[in-house]
Design a protein around this ligand. Sequence first.
Ligand code: CP
Length: 333
Amino acid sequence: MSALTPQLHANGKLRHFLTLEGLDAALLHEIIDRASGFLGVSDQAVKKVPLCRGKVIANLFFETSTRTRTTFELAAKRLSADVLNLNISTSATAKGETLLDTLRNLEAMHVDMFVVRHATSGAAHFIADHAAPHVSVVNAGDGRHAHPTQAMLDMLTIHRHKADFSQLRVAIIGDILHSRVARSQIIALHTLGVPEVRVIGPRTLIPAQAEEALGVRVCHDLREGLRDVDVVIMLRLQRERMSSALLPSEHEYFRLYGLTEERLAVAHPEAIVMHPGPINRGVEMDSQVADGKRSVILEQVSNGIAVRMAVMSMCLGNQNLQHSQSAGATDGQ
Ligand code: CP
């Protein structure tokens, strides 16, 4: 992470939400607890709370997204914020305006937060480095680097099904090499005290020295890797980030690593099955598993709204704190 952009204020509160690196367990639990409190908002007749009324949030999605973009938008609206969804393909960026000029123009409209998805690793940090001091930046996925709100909605989902992170075995299966989701999940699982994280996949899709670099157990055999795990996280093959042919075929991949009910039988009987989406049925898993009783994939999507409400309200609420502290300091002079 950029040394220019501390994502915490001096008091340890969230200013930006760019990566899970460097965040402690207390802060991750605060996000989970706050998000748990927001889950009920979806069941209210009026699905809104007034926490961020008067704030302006701009969604800047330079890469395709279904779940993340729409749940960020819903989360902002449930917090009563005003939301701008910039359509990059029809914005002035497509006419040659630089990213920084686009930012300056949005800041001139008094935007308080940028939610950024970009195909380049480090893009959200770059924007945080160059944003005005009162503006917060939330990373909605940058290249292969990080997808911190996805990891936190996954942690909320695990928390709602499993009592104690410190008793869990978690397996992450598939394209670990290109996955920003896996990187953020592994950091979150370790921070929350999960003692055993396994990554499972072909040699071509697991980073070199993953055991030392990521602190995980590497398995190339699906059956061995799934044995007795409590949580199974499937990942999509990130074809758009593969620079060469790393797999013989999707059919061959499913034959070796596709999740079926029969293969899942070696996991713990209460194991849950997760996937960040989008799912490729018949590639990562078959439909029986995707739609089966152990699948919590659609719960993950619902939990995404609550987690994004939590992160955005924390960052925006801390802006208020900072402003009132500086106003108080000025008053006293
Ligand atoms: N999980 C996820 O990031 O999905 P989208 O690409 O649809 O946002």
